[in-house]
Write a protein that binds this ligand. Structure first.
Ligand code: ATP
Ligand code: GNG
Length: 232
């Protein structure tokens, strides 16, 4: 059993690479709740009011999918639970949660992490982090087109996204729950370029081999983008 989690800021390409990677490895993709998330548009409209609710919503849905993923067969998840805390603390740092909310959230997260420690597999086998520059992040957010994430919807998102990239830098450096690797999301267009896709998949399989976690009975093959089911 092999569990891979993707990490990275908004628009980095986690869901896209999750779809590609899970198809390539013949494993199951797990996506975070976005289009069926009733709190997300409310949060972007009024972050002060909805930060806490959104955070609880994500923690709850992520917890359920992780429990499934860690007890199931081989899996790929499009974001890690370890990033939830990054998001919440970043929002708290800009005044969107008070001390009591931070304390309660941290305690809840700690209890949930303890619960996960009791699963057959405690942590993922590999974290694949997609690193992107601010320019790439914005162009991908525009390309995907969720209205509430656009700078035209809220110009203060520029600061929010730049802050997010800074927090992610430290977060990735500190991450030590599993082996980890970084993909250069500025350089590789694994959506449109077959050779880029091959190279990225190669980097990931090399790393899986190195850590002894390449799924058993798996053989490398080519995958065409048309054959992949991307999440919306
Ligand atoms: N390496 C890439 N090269 C070119 N386009 C990409 C790449 N990765 C993702 N994209 C495009 O960028 C957009 C955002 O990608 P995706 O939805 O996978 O990001 P994400 O990291 O899952 O974002 P979020 O965390 O906000 O859900 C999509 O339109 C996707 O087609
Ligand atoms: N505030 C906040 N906390 C989270 O834990 C969190 N996780 C994801 N997101 C936002 C980023 C994308 O817009 C969108 C899809 O990733 O959802 C979050 N926002």
């Amino acid at each position: 059993m092999t569990v891979i989690v993707l990490s990275g800021p908004v628009g980095a390409g986690k869901s896209s690479l999750t779809a590609i990677l899970s198809k390539y490895l013949g494993t199951k993709p797990f996506y975070e709740s976005v289009d069926d998330n009733p709190v997300l548009p409310l949060f972007y409209k009024d972050p002060l009011k909805y930060t806490y609710l959104l955070q609880l919503f994500f923690l709850n849905t992520r917890f359920h999918s992780i429990k499934k993923a860690l007890s199931d067969d081989n899996n790929v998840l499009d974001r890690s639970i370890y990033e939830d805390s990054l998001f919440f603390h970043m929002n708290a740092d800009i005044g969107r949660a008070n001390d009591l909310e931070v304390q309660t959230y941290d305690e809840l997260l700690e209890s949930m992490m303890k619960e996960l420690e009791r699963m057959p597999k405690r942590h993922p086998d590999l974290l694949v982090h997609i690193n992107v520059s601010y320019e790439t992040m914005i162009s991908r957010i525009q390309k995907r087109g969720r209205s509430y994430e656009q700078l035209s919807f809220d110009p203060t998102l520029e600061d929010y996204y730049k802050r997010m990239l800074r927090y992610y830098e430290k977060w990735y450096d500190d991450y030590n729950y599993s082996p980890k690797m970084m993909i250069d999301g500025d350089h590789y267009d694994f959506m449109a370029s077959e050779s880029d896709r091959t190279e990225v998949l190669d980097q990931i399989t090399q790393k899986l081999k190195q850590v002894g976690k390449l799924p058993k009975n798996w053989h490398a093959g080519e995958i065409a983008t048309e054959s992949i089911e991307f999440s919306s």
